[in-house]
Design a protein. Structure first.
Length: 337
């Protein structure tokens, strides 16, 4: 599969608005989403794309407020805007523009032009290369320059990427462990997770396929357990690495916002995709954890202990690893209405 969606065919007057919409949507669908639920829909009117949240794909048990759904939509918004920049357009976005239509996440238009930058093209090249990692990393530290760039990127979206020192890494690891243990004893959560974890051979274009996680859970130091998508069936990819275990947890960060409203959740998703693509341009993979942030008390404790009262939206681990994972996506025509 090509690393990018084919650019729209241009006539002497340039691509039509319909061509641009299809290209932008075909790119946006490769954004990360919780359990690969792809909780978005798109509509268009001339030179305007509308991004809608899809409540039918919301995790009603794990995400009753729709926070993770809107983080996912924020990541799709960043990707759509990046695709427009790759065509030389300047995207203008209005977030939550209609109080009477709460599922309308954003309107994006592209009335002005300016050449895309090399930085934007590098990010664009990673959209379909990037994969969510579910395991440990090699013991190779990230450079200080990269961490600074990632923090600055997060700040552009009014969020903060807080890199954890040793104590914070252990506190977060304990929180992920506690949440994961509780979730595996919660039948409603287990059933919801199972609905988004198709078995080998499935032709579903959504959910977390066995081609995207390891058959044997990888333990890290400190240990950040992944969700049990295989449900004990042994599904997943074989482990090819001979690196000693447990592997490194990598560089651990918390993506936080100053407030905790829907617009902040969208901004967090926007920042997340920027961070993931920036890291990917440097050969850095990312593992994401939302487990402890789905439990109100644990989330409040993390906010108090590690975030100076800011609101944690996602745990992000970063590091180097050879990735073999393959993901799936719905076709653009399945999400354009």
């Amino acid at each position: 599969m090509d690393s990018q969606s084919p650019e729209p065919q241009a006539s002497q007057r340039g691509p039509t608005a319909e061509d641009v919409v299809r290209y932008a949507v075909a790119t946006a669908i490769w954004a990360p989403s919780v359990h690969n639920t792809q909780p978005w829909r798109f509509s268009a009117d001339g030179q305007e794309i509308r991004l809608h949240a899809d409540p039918a794909r919301q995790l009603t048990v794990a995400d009753p407020d729709g926070r993770e759904m809107l983080i996912s939509c924020g990541a799709a918004l960043f990707t759509a805007r990046l695709s427009l920049r790759s065509l030389g357009y300047i995207p203008e976005a209005a977030l939550l523009p209609d109080p009477g239509e709460p599922t309308l996440v954003a309107r994006v238009n592209w009335r002005q032009r300016a050449p895309g930058t090399e930085y934007e093209q590098r990010l664009m090249h990673q959209v379909r290369q990037r994969r969510t990692h579910r395991g440990g990393f090699d013991s190779v530290p990230l450079s200080a320059d990269l961490l600074t760039a990632l923090r600055q990127g997060a700040a552009r979206d009014r969020t903060q990427l807080r890199i954890m020192a040793a104590e914070g890494r252990y506190v977060l690891a304990a929180a992920v462990q506690a949440a994961e243990k509780a979730f595996r004893l919660d039948s409603a959560r287990v059933q919801e997770l199972a609905r988004w974890a198709p078995p080998p051979g499935s032709r579903r274009p959504d959910g977390v396929p066995p081609t995207s996680y390891a058959a044997s859970p990888e333990h890290t130091s400190p240990d950040y357990p992944a969700r049990d998508f295989a449900h004990g069936h042994g599904w997943g990819l074989p482990v090819f690495s001979t690196a000693p275990w447990p592997r490194s947890a990598g560089t651990v960060g918390l993506l936080t916002t100053a407030d905790d409203r829907p617009v902040n959740w969208i901004n967090a998703g926007h920042a997340l995709q920027r961070i993931l693509l920036m890291a990917s341009t440097c050969g850095i993979a990312a593992a994401l954890h939302s487990q402890p942030l789905e439990l109100p008390q644990l989330r409040a404790d993390i906010s108090t202990q590690l975030c100076d009262g800011a609101y944690p939206q996602l745990v992000v681990r970063l590091g180097t690893i050879t990735q073999l994972a393959a993901s799936v996506r719905r076709a653009p025509e399945d999400v354009i209405f």
